[in-house]
Structure formats: structure tokens, C-alpha cells
Design a protein around this ligand. Structure first.
Ligand code: MN
Ligand code: MN
Length: 463
């Protein structure tokens, strides 16, 4: 090695492609890990489904339901489900809670289309559902793709019906129509963000009348009849329902080399799954470790299942109280990895990225020191000290990682749950997986990055 190369090696910072850092057996482990992740993506498209699956897996691994007034011993594993849409997994540590807990927090809601409270209508002998989009979407991406409907309906008598249709082989799917290009001259003059409007996101759900009779709205009646026969629900039952329209795609490998995964909902299942797997694999940790899989991040974390609510704080306070400790003392000593995605550098749309401070596919897990917009508005900016601690932890364990901002300073912005956790007086930094086409119906991540996220969370819990 020349003196120049030696010095470069010694002094310069240059993130590397993960496969240049890890060996072939590690690559195989990553590929294997991602087979489990792909199954999770296909089966957990909504926050409710993700909560149910993680809860079921936790129980299989010896987790028991959390009892607020019970004092738990080191090594015990408990779970707490918040209204079926969020879950906390905890493994009790050997150290006293006065030394704080280690938290990994990811979200399990994703951008989608919710049905409006009164969704069903007929127009020109087609039956359609009105939708209200959830989270930050580019509306034009949601037309002319196969869609599925997931959720729950609470009937007049209070009973709950679970709906999941459009996923399995042989099931019908749903679709939102778009104007054919031949007649798209006027639409073509709209700006991209207005290309499809919110009120144009109407899902086609039927086309055949109840009978071959004259009569108004017989297509709608036919759909209501089918829904009654299949689910026992009537039109008024939509008023007490949460039905979510999601892409009907399955997760698939992308590229001849199969290095990437394309799927709906990587943001943020790509952090939720590795964090949950790390929680499942950790045994007898020193510190008590918490994995929080939360809801409502995509709409600003408001609501009682989002992290602006007190449910995480109350859970920690209950743990503390059973040990005769003030809850705030636990919070103040705690540390958190806010496990969320960042934007991966896109060579096709490179103008929105600043190359030296953006994350890249395959360069490992991405640490985002701060999110927000403009002059660091609306962010928790992780301290140099905490950055230093996490950096050292990852380096010591050989976890491949990189640094990233969302994009160019004035290009836009975004946030995560980090600031709400920081507001509890907890040290926190964002750590997650770079995503291409974030918030699109079909997002892309790298398998090596997913596995590095798992390793990062495991090490964080293990330390
Ligand atoms: Mn996210
Ligand atoms: Mn998001």
C-alpha cells in the first residue's frame, strides 16, 4: 500500500458496500433472515395484523401478558397490546430499573387508503368505495394497481368482524381507475400532485345488478347483499369500521442477483420486524429491553395508539412502581433507537440528495442524527455523546452502518417518533433501513441492510 493509500485508509471516512465488509456466510444469513421478513410483509399489511402476528409469535416464545401490578424477575418476558394496534415486548434485565431501559421503537402503520365512514355508492352502474388517504402518499401511484381490503367492522350488536380480501389466490381484488392516455389531454395539464385528487381515489367494488330488473342502485344493493351473506354486515355497520385499502402485491426479490426486496409497507415493517426478532432472540439481558411497535406514525403519532400518547410512559411507570421506583427516574436513564427508515439515494432522481450525507442501499443500517425540516424544525437532534456511544457500539460489533439525512436541506423534510421519545427525557437517535421509493405502493430495500438492522438492535439489547 502506498503512503497516500495508507493515509487515506487511516484518515478518510467512506462508507462501504456491506458485501465488501462481511463474508459470504453472513450474506447467506442475511438472505435467510429476509425470507422470514418477506412472509411477515405478506401477512402483516396493517397495524392490527402486525400486532396480532408479533403477539402470537411472542406467546410461542414464552412471553406472557403484562400485569401492571406484578413485580417481574430478571429473564421474564412480557407483552402489552394497546387496543389491538400497537404492542410492547419487554424482557426484564438483571440490572435495576434505576439504570434505565433500552428501547427500540418502530411503527407498524403504513401509508394507505382508508374507507370513509359511509363509503359505498353507485354511479352509472358501478359500485364504488369512497376513500380518505392515510399518511403521505403520491396519489397518482394508487390508481390502476391491484388492491386489497383489510380491517374490522363492529356490527350494531357490538360483535367484531375481521375483513381481509384480495390477498389469497382466487380472491377478487379491487382497483381505482385512471383516465386513458388517449383522453388524458386535460389531466396532463394538472401538476403531478394534482394528477389524481383525493376525491378521485374511488375503489371499484362491483358492476352487476342484484336482479335484471329496472330499479335504482341495484349494483350497490347487490354488493350489500354479498357483504351481508359473507360477513353479516349492513351498510350502517361501515360507520363503526376501520377498513384499509392496501396494495395486493406480495413481497418479491428484486434484481437478477436478488439483493433487494420490493414490497408494500417496508416503512416501517423493515425496522419493526428486525427489532421484534432481536427481542425474540435476546436472553437474560443486563438492562431491561423494550421493543415498541407503534401505530399512527404516518399521521403524526397523534391518537391513543401513537407515540404522542402516554402508553409507553405508563408501561414503564408500571414496571417502575412494582419495583418501588419513581417512573421518571427510569425514563431519564433510558436509551432508545428510534427504528425508522430513511430515503435511499436514487441515481435516477439524484438531484434531491446531497451525496455526502445521504444513505445508500447496501451500505448498512442508517443512523439519522436528526430529522425535521428547514432549520432543523420539529426534530430531536441526537447529542454528539449519544451518537458517539451508538457508533462505538456498532463498530465494536462489526455492524455495517452509514449516516444519512433525508435529502437536500431545502428539498423538504420529515419526522419520526424520535422527538416524542426524546420529550420523555430519553436519549434517542434514529436508526433504520434505507428505502427506495418510500411511501410508494411498492417500496424497495436491501437484504443486507435489513439484516444489519437486526444485528444493530440485537447488539443494542445485548450491551
Ligand atoms: Mn417511517
Ligand atoms: Mn413514513
Amino acid at each position: 500500500m502506498s503512503t497516500v493509500d495508507k493515509l487515506k485508509n487511516e484518515l478518510c471516512y467512506k462508507p462501504k458496500h456491506a458485501s465488501n465488509v462481511i463474508d459470504a456466510s453472513e450474506v447467506m444469513k442475511a438472505d435467510e433472515f429476509c425470507e422470514g421478513y418477506k412472509k411477515f410483509l405478506d401477512n402483516a399489511k396493517t397495524e392490527r395484523e402486525a400486532t396480532a402476528i408479533i403477539c402470537e409469535e411472542a406467546i410461542k416464545r414464552g412471553y406472557v401478558e403484562f400485569e401492571p401490578d406484578k413485580k417481574y424477575e430478571a429473564g421474564q418476558k412480557v407483552y402489552f397490546v394497546n387496543r389491538g394496534k400497537a404492542i410492547i415486548l419487554a424482557v426484564i434485565g438483571k440490572k435495576s430499573l434505576t439504570e434505565g431501559v433500552k428501547i427500540a421503537a418502530a411503527h407498524i402503520d403504513s401509508p394507505r387508503l382508508d374507507l370513509k365512514p359511509n363509503p359505498l355508492y353507485e354511479s352509472d352502474e358501478l359500485a364504488l368505495f369512497k376513500t380518505h388517504y392515510y399518511g403521505g402518499i403520491k396519489k397518482y401511484q394508487w390508481v390502476a394497481i391491484p388492491l386489497a381490503i383489510h380491517g374490522v367492522v363492529i356490527k350494531a350488536d357490538g360483535t367484531k368482524v375481521t375483513v381481509k380480501i384480495g390477498e389469497d389466490e382466487g380472491e377478487p381484488k379491487f382497483v381505482i381507475s385512471d383516465i386513458l392516455p388517449h383522453l388524458g389531454a386535460e389531466q396532463g395539464k394538472r401538476t403531478l400532485s394534482e394528477g389524481i385528487s383525493g376525491e378521485e381515489l374511488n375503489v371499484i367494488v362491483g358492476s352487476r345488478p342484484f336482479k335484471n330488473d329496472e330499479g335504482s342502485e341495484l349494483v350497490k344493493l347487490n354488493i350489500l347483499n354479498i357483504l351481508y351473506e359473507k360477513y353479516g354486515i349492513k351498510e350502517a355497520d361501515f360507520l363503526s369500521a376501520e377498513l384499509e385499502v392496501v396494495p395486493a402485491f406480495k413481497a418479491d426479490d428484486i434484481g437478477f442477483d436478488r439483493g433487494l426486496i420490493g414490497s408494500y409497507g417496508h416503512d416501517d415493517r423493515v425496522c419493526a420486524y428486525p427489532a421484534a426478532m432481536a427481542a425474540f432472540d435476546i436472553e437474560n439481558p443486563d438492562y431491561t429491553v423494550l421493543t415498541v411497535l407503534t401505530d399512527k406514525e404516518e399521521t403524526g403519532s397523534d391518537g391513543n395508539t401513537g407515540l404522542q400518547s402516554s402508553y409507553l410512559k405508563y408501561f414503564i411507570f408500571d414496571l417502575a412502581k412494582a419495583n418501588g421506583i419513581e417512573g421518571y427516574r427510569v425514563l431519564s436513564k433510558s436509551e432508545c433507537l428510534s427504528a425508522d427508515v430513511n430515503s435511499a439515494y436514487d441515481p435516477t432522481f439524484n438531484s434531491v440528495f446531497e451525496k455526502n450525507n445521504t444513505s445508500y442501499l447496501n451500505k448498512g443500517v442508517v443512523i439519522t442524527k436528526y430529522t425535521g425540516a428547514r432549520g432543523k424544525g420539529g426534530t430531536s437532534d441526537a447529542s454528539a455523546e449519544y451518537m458517539g456511544k451508538i457508533r462505538k457500539m456498532l463498530d465494536e460489533d462489526g455492524v455495517v452502518w452509514q449516516i444519512g439525512e433525508l435529502g437536500k436541506v431545502d428539498a423538504g423534510g420529515g419526522g419520526t417518533v424520535a422527538k416524542y421519545i426524546a420529550n420523555l427525557d430519553i436519549d434517542v437517535v434514529d436508526l433504520g433501513v434505507p428505502v427506495l421509493s418510500m411511501h410508494a405502493p411498492y417500496e424497495v430495500v436491501s437484504k443486507l441492510d435489513v439484516y444489519m438492522a437486526y444485528r444493530a438492535f440485537y447488539k443494542f439489547f445485548k450491551q
